[in-house]
Design a protein around this ligand. Structure first.
Ligand code: ATP
Length: 140
């Protein structure tokens, strides 16, 4: 069966994943996408999510904190804001980040229009924390 090279990099950690895979399922800003070998060229923005990687009959999850994905027929390159393998996720930290983001979002909803809370930043932080917890829980 044909495979496609998947490289995932992040600014602070460099290369996080580099393997030949069967299929990748990502959440782009336009919706969910499944990428198979020999996919047409494409450049898309990713939302924070749990990326699904099908490899040799198994499925692996990686927490992606948003970013960009460049696809060619032979290769998928993910330039992510952040990316973590399940074994590298600190659950307590993700729980704290989720709670902080939820509190900020609740404060924003109660506040006046002059609120200093950056709602899109809080929503993105919440989505990153949820993706980390989902990747970790799927493993449990
Ligand atoms: P926090 O508020 O806890 O820093 P964050 O979502 O703002 O969370 P990021 O800016 O996405 O953090 O990531 C900064 C760095 O910390 C990245 O290298 C990322 O992989 C790592 N990181 C963030 N949260 C976790 C976590 N729960 N477990 C492991 N690594 C994490």
């Amino acid at each position: 069966m044909a495979t496609i090279q998947l490289d995932i990099v992040s600014p602070d950690k460099g290369e996080i994943f580099s393997k030949d895979v069967d299929m990748v399922i990502v959440r782009s800003t336009a919706g969910e996408l499944g990428i198979l070998p020999r996919h047409a060229k494409m450049l898309t923005e990713l939302q924070p999510h749990a990326m699904r990687i099908k490899i040799g009959g198994t499925e692996q999850l990686i927490a992606i904190g948003g970013g960009f994905m460049d696809v060619t027929p032979e290769k998928i390159t993910v330039l992510s804001h952040s990316a973590e393998l399940p074994e590298n996720i600190d659950v307590a930290r993700a729980e704290r980040a989720k709670q902080r983001a939820e509190e900020r979002i609740a404060q924003y909803k109660q506040a006046t229009k002059d609120s200093l809370i950056d709602i899109s930043r809080a929503n993105a932080a919440l989505a990153r924390a949820k993706a980390r917890l989902l990747v970790k829980n799927a493993l449990a």
